[in-house]
Write a protein that binds this ligand. Structure first.
Ligand code: 8X3
Length: 250
């Protein structure tokens, strides 16, 4: 039975994963900003879900929470860096700098800080696992993806580079990169509008948070000698649109 830290645990992939892990007997330390959502999940899942309300972009608050976690749970077996968000779909030349910075602060800076805090103990014990949530947006560019896709490309490469540094240890690192996935607040947050968000998933059988959580569970339960470097998931309904060519009217 493992002790597993999940960021962004109060909803979406994080909550779905917490449910599956508690169900299989693991203990989940769930970090999220929304205290009320965390409390609801704690009520549902019982003592094996331990909530930690914290704004991951607040450096001092995050440090305090991580210190508390490490004191209470000296052995963290798995870190799932799930918290992340997309804000806006405006082209780069019209995008909000504040939104760009918010995405970088959560998707990159917080992920790096948490990994930096928890990785050394895993290496010292020669046992542990880091699983980062990437995105198809980190592999395939699309209009309006600018900084969001950039942050996820960072996540993909950071995971591979961690593996390079961890050669010779038993610590594993994986990236799970989902494509179109419904049943979360992702598009509502990105587009700032419930109707526009609903339209993204209209008449499409998108991935579900449970699909993504099941993949993460499979990685966690994989044999200790096996490292899943990178898994990309898409619904069958999603595919590639090819490269665009702009032709000047002559
Ligand atoms: C989310 C995938 O396609 O909505 O990370 O950008 S997509």
């Amino acid at each position: 039975m493992k002790t597993i830290v999940i960021t962004g645990a109060s909803s979406g992939f994080g909550a779905a994963l917490a449910r599956q892990l508690v169900e299989q007997g693991d203990t989940v330390l769930g970090l999220a900003r929304r205290q009320d959502k965390l409390a609801e999940l704690a009520q549902e899942l019982g003592a094996r879900f331990v909530p930690y309300a914290v704004d991951l972009t607040d450096k001092a608050a995050l440090e305090t929470t991580l210190t508390t976690i490490k004191q209470a749970h000296p052995q963290i077996d798995v870190l799932v860096n799930n918290a992340g968000l997309a804000l806006g779909v405006a082209p780069a030349q019209q995008a909000s700098l504040e939104q760009w910075e918010t995405m970088i602060n959560t998707n990159v800076t917080a992920l790096v800080r948490i990994t930096h805090a928890l990785l050394p103990d895993m290496v010292a014990r020669n046992q542990g696992q880091v699983i980062n949530i990437g995105s198809t947006a980190g592999e395939y560019p699309y209009p309006g993806g600018n900084v969001y896709g950039g942050t996820k490309a960072f996540v993909h490469q950071f995971g591979l580079n961690l593996r390079a540094d961890l050669t010779g240890t038993a610590v594993r690192v994986s990236t799970v990169a989902p494509g179109l996935c419904g049943g979360t607040d992702f598009s509502k947050v990105r587009l700032g509008d419930a109707d526009k968000a609903a339209a993204v998933y209209a008449n499409v059988q998108a991935l579900s948070p449970e699909d993504v959580a099941g993949t993460i569970c499979w990685i966690i339960n994989a044999p200790a000698h096996m490292n899943v470097n990178y898994v990309e998931l898409m619904p069958v309904a999603q595919s590639f649109a090819g490269l665009s060519v702009h032709r000047n009217a002559v």
